[in-house]
Design a protein around this ligand. Sequence first.
Ligand SMILES: Cc1cc2nc3c(=O)[nH]c(=O)nc-3n(C[C@H](O)[C@H](O)[C@H](O)COP(=O)(O)O)c2cc1C
Length: 194
Amino acid sequence: MNRREFVKSMRAVAGVAAIHGFAFAKEGEKKMKYAVVYFSWSGNTRFAAETVAKKAGADLFEIKAEKPYSGDFGKCCDEAKPECYGKTLRAIKPIGGLDLAKYDLVFVGSPNWWGTMAPPVRTWATQSKESLKGKKVCLFQTHGGGGMQRVGQEFAEIFGDTAKVLPPKAFSGSSIKSNVKALEDFADERIAGK
Ligand SMILES: Cc1cc2nc3c(=O)[nH]c(=O)nc-3n(C[C@H](O)[C@H](O)[C@H](O)COP(=O)(O)O)c2cc1C
């Protein structure tokens, strides 16, 4: 095959790929890598994280407290309250396989606890802020009716000028399973830089 025939056959392949919706990265264009890191106590934020990760084609990682919170709602609330108001860094387990250097944008999911992020998320963000220097980071949270409250602002404060913090978004926890489209749109918009 001469050069002309080669170019012709490549164009044909590109045409077929375009028809089938594949995209070829242009020369010099780097494939962006995404991660979703989340903490969830009762599963709503896990569902949101899985949905965002699927849409973004992102790797998914769970933050776990070294000492889990009580499985009883009232006891968990009592345990978490002083930590949330005191901005306590509750110890977390190391996240196996997470190398932040690989990613361009990291989505971070937290439930709204006492108006702010769950303490394990605060710990993770504090420990990770230097590794995320120059990268993009974006919070999403699920809540029980309070909306964003202090979550987004306190999350952004942790990063200061290390990572570029994209606009956070709050989702209702109780209706999270009927919010797949909103979660997918959120993923698409932040990836598009909106
Ligand atoms: C300890 C605790 C504190 C909470 N505090 C708030 C709050 O201040 N505002 C709010 O809207 N929801 C609050 N909620 C409700 C959760 O944010 C909501 O149910 C969320 O979707 C749970 O996410 P998860 O299922 O991923 O744990 C609280 C829940 C718990 C367990």
